[in-house]
Design a binder for this molecule. Structure first.
Ligand code: ADE
Ligand code: ZN
Length: 345
């Protein structure tokens, strides 16, 4: 993959941005996987970092999920989750990231016998440290695993009860095909009654019908991915009319063969249709790049302009679960940045 011009790379590097679609377990780098495995005495089915990277060849979502859940077994202590979170926040800050809304998958950990508290408190302490030391703000989103049943999701919501004042919302992830949003209608309703925001992966591999269900049955505040919504003009019009934020993940789409070729990525079309896409890394340790790598790759492949990139960065703040004053501050920072960069070739 070639890189965008030096100027465009520099523009992306300094552009203030938020990340709205990052699975924190998907930021577990192979080196860190080995370190945690060693300190926790967990056996890994890989002999080296190179061998792990060799295994990251996927043709569909499930290929990735199998290895992602396997990798997560090395996470055993609050300190592990804290270190995982801090490693991510340092990379985000280096990418001019100002804010992140982190997904975590509690069931991946509670099903291995860890109390809910271990992942939640480890991540919350990293979030507090990132704000203090890096000036990066963040929110936490609890994802239900859709390949499990709704009762298990209810049990997770119950386990999360003591933390709900520190959790911004619920999400829906894991194997999409065969697990429509409607399967989680009751638990999303219960989450809404507790004042939680709602998001769901939909239209990554699943059909437009799943995006309709996420909107009409789960009543989501954002759609994660949403690529396949473009197959349905009425759905596209609905998303535009609602001003619905889409958290799009270019390198993930390429690695999981959701798109054949990054040059044919639907991001420019989403912008042209009046939708509100954002750029995100999804599972950066597995898909080959963090936030700026995603901006660079899709800009290079599709020819996005600086103005389009600035719009995408603005969308990341207007689509975030930030209050109005914080959103306005971040958007003003982007406007000043763009004004200061204009005229430079
Ligand atoms: N869990 C982690 N990454 C995911 C993705 N891209 N889609 C669904 N579930 C996920
Ligand atoms: Zn995702």
């Amino acid at each position: 993959m070639s890189e965008p011009s030096e100027d465009l790379s520099a523009f992306i590097a300094g552009l203030p941005k938020a990340e709205l679609h990052i699975h924190i377990e998907g930021s577990l780098e192979p080196e860190q996987m080995f370190e945690f495995a060693r300190r926790n005495r967990v056996d890994l089915p890989f002999a080296s970092v190179e061998e792990i990277r060799q295994a990251y060849r996927f043709t569909r979502l499930q290929d990735f999920l199998d290895i992602y859940y396997e990798g997560a077994r090395v996470l055993l202590t609050e300190q592990d989750f804290h270190d995982l979170g801090m490693a991510y926040f340092r990379r985000l800050a280096a990418d001019s990231g100002r804010h992140a809304e982190l997904f975590f998958d509690p069931q991946t950990h509670t099903d291995r016998g860890l109390p809910f508290q271990v992942a939640a408190d480890g991540l919350l302490s990293a979030m507090a440290q990132a704000e203090r030391e890096l000036g990066v703000t963040s929110k936490l989103i609890l994802c239900f695993l859709r390949h499990l049943d709704e009762d298990a999701a209810f049990a997770t919501l119950k386990a999360a009860e003591p933390w709900l004042d520190r959790i911004a919302g619920v999400g829906l992830d894991s194997s999409e095909l065969g697990h429509p949003p409607s399967k989680f209608a009751r638990v999303f309703h219960a989450a809404g009654e507790r004042g939680l925001k709602r998001v769901a992966h939909a239209g990554e591999e699943g059909p437009p019908q799943y995006v309709w269900e996420a909107l009409d049955i789960l009543r989501v505040d954002r759609i994660d991915h949403g690529n396949r919504a473009l197959e349905d003009p009425a759905l596209t019009a609905r998303l535009a009319a609602d001003g619905m934020t889409l958290t799009v993940c270019p390198l993930s789409n390429q690695k999981l063969c959701v798109v054949d070729d990054l040059a044919a990525h639907p991001l420019p079309l989403m912008l042209a249709l009046g939708l509100k896409p954002t750029i995100n890394s999804d599972d950066p340790a597995y898909f080959g790049g963090y936030l700026n790598a995603n901006y660079r790759a899709v800009a290079e492949a599709t020819g996005l302009s600086r103005e389009a990139l600035a719009t995408l960065a603005r969308n990341s703040f207007t689509g975030a679960f930030l209050d109005e004053a914080a959103t306005a501050r971040h958007v003003a920072e982007i406007d000043a940045y763009v004004a200061g960069s204009s005229g430079k070739a």
